[in-house]
Design a binder for this molecule. Structure first.
Ligand code: DC
Length: 210
């Protein structure tokens, strides 16, 4: 079974994807780590994410261990990831690894922006996770604060709006809900409630009624 989870930053998609992977015994890939790793590779070699040719080179020669580097979780690397992710050749360079992960025997859970639309249009279950921008800004603020990065609410809101516009507005594989995806708005939901709802969607599909 392939489960595709898409949605904007801090919608809760990662938490839901990890919980589904644990419940259904499936391997999990957070595809954002690939784009973040490209952005980190650029920073480490002294380049800005806007340097398109360098970004393409970094994506084609990506050192996969960078996806586990804790530095990919900073706000600056997240913003850089969103910039390099708008470059079609970067997306192309990262495509095969995502596809291969999805197609492993038994299936997988992947989360990102274009899993249900581009990476795995044939996924058995697609969930588009979202939440209003204020809720996401508060969640992201808390996440960053937990790792010692303090950002004010207004600045966070502004960063999210810029990121949403860039991820949704790019020409190649923009953030979008697949036509056959289930919409899960977590704005007023606890983590447990959101995870339970996602589990119910998968179980309904397994039972043939989803
Ligand atoms: O999910 P995340 O915040 O870790 O992703 C970081 C950036 O990577 C995001 O702003 C856009 C890009 N991304 C993408 O374009 N496609 C994906 N499947 C995953 C992430």
């Amino acid at each position: 079974m392939i489960i595709a989870i898409d949605g904007p930053l801090a919608s809760g998609k990662g938490t839901i994807a990890r919980a589904l992977a644990a419940t259904f015994g499936l391997p999990y890939l957070d595809t954002g780590t690939l784009y973040r790793a490209v952005a980190l590779a650029m920073t480490d070699t002294g380049h800005a994410p806007e340097e398109t040719d360098r970004a393409i080179e970094a994506a084609r020669n990506l050192e996969i261990s960078l996806t586990c580097d804790p530095r990919i979780r900073t706000a600056a690397i997240g913003a850089g990831a969103s910039v390099v992710a708008a470059i079609p050749e970067v997306r192309q360079a990262l495509f095969a690894a995502q596809r291969e992960f999805a197609l492993q025997p038994g299936g997988a859970v992947l989360d990102g922006r274009d899993i249900g639309t581009v990476v795995c249009p044939e996924a058995d279950v697609k969930i588009f996770v979202t939440a209003d921008v204020e809720t996401r800004a508060r969640r992201r603020q808390d996440e960053l604060a937990a790792s010692g990065e303090m950002i004010g609410f207004d600045a966070m809101l502004e960063q999210l709006r810029i990121r949403d516009a860039r991820d949704s507005g790019r020409a190649d594989a923009p953030l979008a809900m697949a036509e056959d995806a289930h919409l899960l708005d977590t704005s007023t939901m606890s983590i447990d409630a959101a995870v339970n709802e996602a589990r119910a969607i998968v179980e309904a599909k397994q039972g043939g009624s989803g």
